[in-house]
Design a protein around this ligand. Sequence first.
Ligand code: TPP
Length: 347
Amino acid sequence: MRLIDETGAVVADDPPLPAPEVLLEGYRGLVFARRLNDQAGALVRQGRLAVYPSSHGQEACQVAAAAVLAETDWLFPTYRDVAAIAARGVDPLDVLVMLGGDWHCGYDPVATRVAPQATPLATQLPHAVGVGHAARLKGEDTVVMALCGDGATSEGDFHEALNFAAVFASPVVFLVQNNKYAISVPLARQSAAESLAAKGVGYGVPAVRVDGNDLAALIVVLTEAVARARRGEGPTLVEADTYRIQAHTNADDPSRYRTEAEVDEWRPRDPLLRMRAHLVATGVLTPEREAELAAAAEEMAAHVRAGMGRESAPDPAELFAHVYSTPTPQLREQAALLAAELNEVQA
Ligand SMILES: Cc1ncc(C[n+]2csc(CCOP(=O)(O)OP(=O)(O)O)c2C)c(N)n1
């Protein structure tokens, strides 16, 4: 599904576009998300942030996922969904705590209704379904938005979560950001299905494939999926067709598995450029408004730069502290190895 093409032109009028103020607010979210991605990338290069999986090029998915939720709903993100968590209203500094190398989640999941970021692939999906199922049993009208990547759809947890949610009509929206790569593994080596949305069929879950760089289409599709879940009609699977423009993380060299020409094909499909073109053409985005948005995004970036590194440095030994109440011999051995190595480095 697509409503606005790469030039910003409207290409479909059914379903209708979201209201101009909704799109303008969405554009604000895109500007903030892009600025946050750029800022976090710079902090990694300065050695002030341990790792950052950028969502550059995928910002429309991130912003839409947060925009369609009510305050009482839940968001279940992955490591790549920093911008979605920030769009939900969590201070970016708190979101970056874990990626700064701390084993703590930097925000309060219960207060923010955002689960801790998940690094193991797809493990957040059964958790998301559990929260949705529990809310349903308690008679609450909470909806859960569960995010994952294309690679995560090969994990057993994805299938178990989808099946359970379908059978028990759990109020969960599964949003798969198909950015075409699981680190170096291209989609064709990940799935033989015609599309990732097709995976909904076997579970009896309605599925939609949407242009993941079209913010308007994403908002429409996800709003309907959330409404459906809230009506008690069960889960929806949404596959967002998008692309990871930057490296998987700072530790990755994408030139080993994809060509620059392929990346260049996706650059003009940028979700920001597209929404900007649309809003300028329709007179909704004035130069003054745009300058205000840019200034506010700069302020957010300055806040992130100033606050980075305020958290205490975690003790590496804590890595082993809470795995088992009685550590196994292997764990004790690993802990001793790490301690010896750290002693050597410090000496
Ligand atoms: C259970 C599990 N297996 C393997 C990994 C290693 N790993 C980290 S990221 C990644 C690729 C994930 O790709 P995808 O789900 O498409 O998400 P993306 O990074 O593209 O957002 C892999 C295999 C992991 N984190 N968890």
